[in-house]
Design a binder for this molecule. Structure first.
Ligand SMILES: [Fe+2]
Length: 293
């Protein structure tokens, strides 16, 4: 059967895509940021995921005020990189996995998560930057990708607990897919950042690191952090961190940290990165409980 073998958390700052595309990843400014992903790029080449469920948010690129899906899953064959104002990034087209994606969509909807199904869309930096950070600059992305878009741009956005429960439902969906597939789930966005107003440039290193601490081991306190705490402590755009909780919820009751990186500043944000492994765990509602990890 398919199984989720790892979770990856990462910021998806657009400037990192510019650094990759303009070959500046080893200069004085970007060098320390990208060095924190070296371990992960080597690890990804070793563990070779078949499919990545990539949790991200669209930044008014594929969606706008005319339609605001809270949770959307990409069930299409492929997704071109979006033009965000400077032309599409020079990265490969993202190849989907329609069979697994439709299976997950059906499982989630029957599990009472009302997903929006997307068959055609362009994907912006929220999705392509994490691929560049984890896979470098290959001629084709080495894994199929199932985009899972979350509305964190327009209120009301989903609660952390709802995101965690969606992750648990995704784990149940993947575990019921009969084909042997090595599946990773990535949660992207954050860390602390505020892009406008008097608090623009706000960074909160201590809070960001407490958040990453909370995703390691068997605690689940992070699911109960309310929206006002994210905004007060990490800025208006820090709310993107709820997307990491979908990744964490999908890993079961206990995780081990394989790799961790944090750096400030990058553009006007903080960079956070975690690689987590699920340990013999329990996902709520799964038949038999134990996942057998
Ligand atoms: Fe973002």
């Amino acid at each position: 059967m398919a199984r989720i073998t790892a979770g990856v958390g990462s910021s998806h700052v657009p400037l990192l895509g510019v650094a990759v595309d303009q070959h500046k990843t080893r200069d004085d400014y970007f060098g320390p940021i990208f060095a924190g992903y070296d371990w992960t790029r080597e690890w990804e080449q070793r563990v070779k995921p078949d499919v990545v469920i990539l949790v991200y948010n669209d930044h008014a690129t594929a969606f706008d005020a005319s339609i605001i899906p809270t949770f959307a899953i990409g069930c299409g064959e492929r997704y071109p990189p979006a033009d965000e104002g400077f032309g599409p990034r020079p990265v490969p087209t993202v190849e989907g996995h329609p069979d697994l994606a439709w299976h997950i969509a059906q499982s989630l909807i029957l599990d009472e998560f009302d997903m929006t199904i997307i068959n055609e869309m362009a994907v912006d930096h929220g999705l392509t930057v994490p691929l560049s950070m984890m896979f470098g600059q290959p001629g084709a992305w080495p894994a199929k990708v199932i985009p899972l878009a979350v509305n964190v741009v327009t209120y009301p956005v989903p609660t952390g607990n709802r995101c965690w429960m969606l992750g648990e439902a995704i784990a149940r969906a993947v575990a019921s897919f009969p084909e042997d597939l090595n599946v990773q789930i990535w949660g992207t966005g954050g860390m602390s950042h505020q892009l406008q107003g008097p608090r623009a440039g706000l960074l909160n290193q201590a809070w960001d690191n407490r958040f990453m601490d909370a995703l390691i081991g068997d605690g689940d306190d992070a699911r109960w952090i309310d929206h006002i705490e994210y905004i007060r402590e990490t800025g208006t755009e820090g709310i993107e961190m709820v997307m990491w909780l979908i990744m964490r919820g999908a890993l079961g009751s206990r995780t081990r940290c394989l790799h961790r990186h944090y750096h400030i500043p990058c553009s006007n944000t903080a960079i956070g990165h975690l690689v987590l492994e699920p340990l013999a765990g329990y996902v709520k509602g799964m038949t038999g409980g134990e996942l057998g990890w």
